[in-house]
Design a protein around this ligand. Sequence first.
Ligand code: AMP
Length: 394
Amino acid sequence: MKIISINAGSSSLKFSLFDMDTNTCIASGYFERVTLEGSFYTIKYNGEKIREEVDMPNHTVAVEVLLDRLIKIGIIASLDEIDGVGHRLVHGGDQYNTSVIITDEVIQDLRKYSVLAPLHNPANILGIEAVRKALPDIPMVGVFDTAFHQTMDKVQYLYPVPYDWYQKYGVRKYGFHGTSHCYISKQIPRVYGKEEYRAIICHLGSGGSLSAVRNGKCVDTTMGFTPLAGIMMGTRSGDIDPSIIPFIMEKEDKKVEEVIDDLNKKSGFLGVSQKASDFRDIYAGVVDHDEMCKLAFDKYVQTVVHYIASYYVELGGIDVLVFTAGLGENSSEVREAIVAKLECLGIYLDVEKNQVRGEEVNISADHSSCQIFVIPTNEELMIAQDTLSLIDNR
Ligand code: AMP
């Protein structure tokens, strides 16, 4: 059984091809600058990286090129080998709490929720339509970023604003990175050894979010109505006082979209350090005694600890703390700095075990009140697994 997982952005398309008998990724690739001049792709296969510049004026051409190269490179012999395609979909509103077979109705709903994710949902639709044209008889499944968080109680997802904003416009917390949080929550029983658990999952990447999870169900999460909320990120501010927005509009004579753009693209590590959005550059600055990089590092740790403390109380204590995604999996320094602030909760890591990058390891100290794990996330595999299970059960 072979399944492709697709993540379509407005000018990009990522794919991974999985052999579902072994849950292994056979090939993966990134198609960039789709719809723009200078479009190209890179495909990783058999330890090699193939790069080619090809004119890809739209997503349909990108998918055609992808399928053509899968055969030309010899990754598959024919398109008949592809049993299903799973799409990462960003926003399913409060309607989709699980993955679904993609139908015309699902596409209509994606259009309906485009108002809540104007950058992402239209791009996801382009990806679906392109694959449908190229592979009309192959089942497609949609895996929503928001679905995992649909188990939150109203008390958690409601904002304390006029209630009719929620009723009329769907203003509420939705949460994102759900595929990653879901994947990790499914790994916890295996690594922790029990089905029943209270966990905080720290997905720390260039975007980042935490979730509070009880027995596999999301209780709370840090991202909100949009992915701008929650912890500080690479270029996103995370939570701020909303009154800052009109204040800066007036001071800098900016439109609201410009200030929101500043909060999305010029804040976070980049905004505080004034140097870089990539954590590796920030940490290089810390080692070099750069004060602003140190401030950005400390601010980041503070926002993550703030939410761990909050979720610790919401869950009534925790059994498991997980670090995942780019920084969470690879930066022993960030993990150490975060856990150092959790001593008052009896949470300690083992400094030696913590010297790990991108591997599944239990890094807790023997006397820690909860188990601490590094678990690499795998959103693409999660999408492929959901796709397989839905097409199997049709
Ligand atoms: P992601 O969005 O999950 O790909 O994560 C990207 C973030 O992870 C960036 O800020 C990177 O700097 C950070 N990251 C990736 N690899 C490493 C590494 N080896 N050490 C520290 N940070 C890393």
